[in-house]
Write a protein that binds this ligand. Structure first.
Ligand SMILES: Nc1nc2c(ncn2[C@@H]2O[C@H](COP(=O)(O)OP(=O)(O)O)[C@@H](O)[C@H]2O)c(=O)[nH]1
Ligand SMILES: [Mg+2]
Length: 353
């Protein structure tokens, strides 16, 4: 799973990337595409650690990508266009909107206006999708003038893309048009940008970090206000001393965890766990996945020889204190291949190969 950070120059993308990834800013090269695997903050793993006392703890991760800004003399539009392939290959987008004043850092188009920037950013993505859509429609129409074996399939695709084009022309992102399942699968190879889930970060002045975001993107899963420089600075402060600083700004915690979780949730993922005395581990999986999918994620042998999934909800395991006690309490269930995994399930796959 990969989330790409998108925004206009000097909106604070690289600073936010540092705050989210924990990579110190002076180690970053803003001129290069940078990727970091960020651990999903997971208090439930702490509890599993106390129960199982394992040798190893493995958190789920999401990859975040920071893109370089426009090159010298290159327009913002051209700079963004250059990165479109990376964006298309990402599963989600994190928009950074500038909402801080700074005499030394020039804002996009000469003024701080996050609402305008959001519209412009969305327009760029809509246009990029429209271009791909139109090109493909043209090809399909041409193909349909000849009798081919794929005629029915092409007609179907043309119909869907026609709807997509209509939506894009009306400035509606494809996430609002495309049905999950078959349609979504058909369009996946295009890497449409407006089909991707979005989390918006409003990068505000330090003085306003405690306030509710002054703007909400109706098409985004979540909008979070934070101050990227403050986040990045405070991350470098020892956790014990951090509380005092946070209190000075009127906030209880860094926004970092919320941002990472917002991205994870926007991607429609959930976590199940495996637990034992060698390892406790969180496994990210797409919502709607089955016990068999969960087994396959761990190892192909587990899927091949799948017998059953011994499953207990995290809360029930916590209350019971062990698998044995959960079994005695009747909260440990035997689930078949087709069982739809729930967030927080602690699963032991029984298998035979
Ligand atoms: N005052 C203030 N400055 C910021 C904030 N976020 C980023 N900056 C500054 O804005 C400049 C551009 O930030 P950077 O993260 O490189 O932006 P990018 O071009 O979007 O990657 C840097 O000098 C940052 O220190 C913020 O929240 N408040
Ligand atoms: Mg940057």
């Amino acid at each position: 799973m990969r989330v790409a950070i998108v925004g206009f120059p000097y909106s604070g993308k690289t600073t936010l990337f540092a705050a989210v990834s924990g990579v110190a800013l002076d180690h970053l090269r803003p001129a290069e595409e940078t990727l970091a695997a960020v651990k999903l903050p997971e208090p439930r793993l702490d509890v599993l650690e106390t129960i199982f006392k394992p040798k190893k703890r493995t958190a789920a991760t999401i990859d975040f990508v920071d893109l370089p800004g426009s090159a010298e003399g290159e327009s913002e539009h051209a700079g963004l266009t250059r990165h479109l392939p990376t964006l298309r290959q990402s599963d989600g987008l994190l928009f950074v909107l500038r909402d801080f004043a700074s005499a030394s850092v020039p804002p996009h188009q000469g003024s701080v206006d996050p609402r305008r920037d959001l519209t412009q950013l969305r327009d760029e993505l809509l246009l990029a999708d429209l271009e791909i859509c139109a090109n493909r429609i043209e090809k399909l129409e041409k193909a349909l003038t000849k009798p081919t074996k794929e005629r029915e399939r092409h007609k179907h695709e043309l119909n869907l893309l026609g709807r997509c084009r209509e939506a894009l022309e009306a400035e509606r992102p494809l996430s609002r048009v495309v049905q999950p399942g078959e349609e979504e699968k058909l369009l996946r190879s295009f890497g449409f940008l407006t089909q991707k889930p979005v989390v918006v970060v409003l990068n505000v002045d330090e003085e306003r970090v405690a306030a509710e975001p002054a703007l909400r993107d109706p098409y985004a899963a979540t909008t979070i206000a934070t101050c990227a420089t403050l986040e990045a600075d405070l991350l470098q402060v020892d956790a014990e001393d951090r509380g005092e600083f946070l209190a000075d700004y009127g906030i209880a915690a860094l926004a970092r965890d919320r941002i990472v979780w917002a991205c994870f949730n926007a991607l429609e993922m959930l976590c199940y766990f495996t637990a034992g005395d060698t390892e406790v581990r969180a496994w990210p999986i797409a919502a709607g996945s089955t016990a068999l999918d969960a087994a396959a994620k761990i190892h192909s042998d587990l899927a091949r020889g799948f017998i059953k999934a011994e499953t207990v909800a995290f809360e029930d395991l916590q209350a019971a204190g062990s698998f044995r006690e959960a079994k005695a309490a009747g909260t440990l269930r035997q689930e078949p291949k087709g069982y739809v995994v729930k967030d927080g399930d602690v699963i032991t796959i029984k298998f035979n190969v």
